[in-house]
Design a protein. Structure first.
Length: 98
């Protein structure tokens, strides 16, 4: 699976990018037809809490899956996005078997 991780309007540390990448590397276990994953990290400075947002678009043959999650940290938002994507990818794989 090809993967792009892009911080939007801030400079992310290499450790953060690697950690987020490791989280999403596990997605191929749930659907081996994933072509590419685009992951965007956004710091929501306009919110009083300073929330972090992770947007993920998964490209499958003939279909894309998009998930966005907000949390107090990028790692937490990435993990929540991973959990949602896992369920969606399993459902998509079951549809393909029919």
């Amino acid at each position: 699976m090809e993967k792009t991780i892009e911080p939007v309007n801030f400079n992310a540390s290499q450790d953060l990018i690697e950690h987020v990448g490791e989280i999403f590397d596990k997605l191929v276990k749930f659907n081996d037809r994933i072509v590419r994953a685009d992951i965007y990290l956004k710091s929501l400075t306009e919110t009083p809490q300073g929330l972090k947002k992770v947007d993920v678009r998964i490209f499958l043959p003939g279909r894309d899956i998009f998930v966005e999650q907000e949390a107090d940290s990028f790692v937490s938002a990435a993990q929540q996005a991973f959990d949602r994507l896992k369920l969606l990818l399993i459902k998509e794989k079951e549809k393909m078997k029919r």
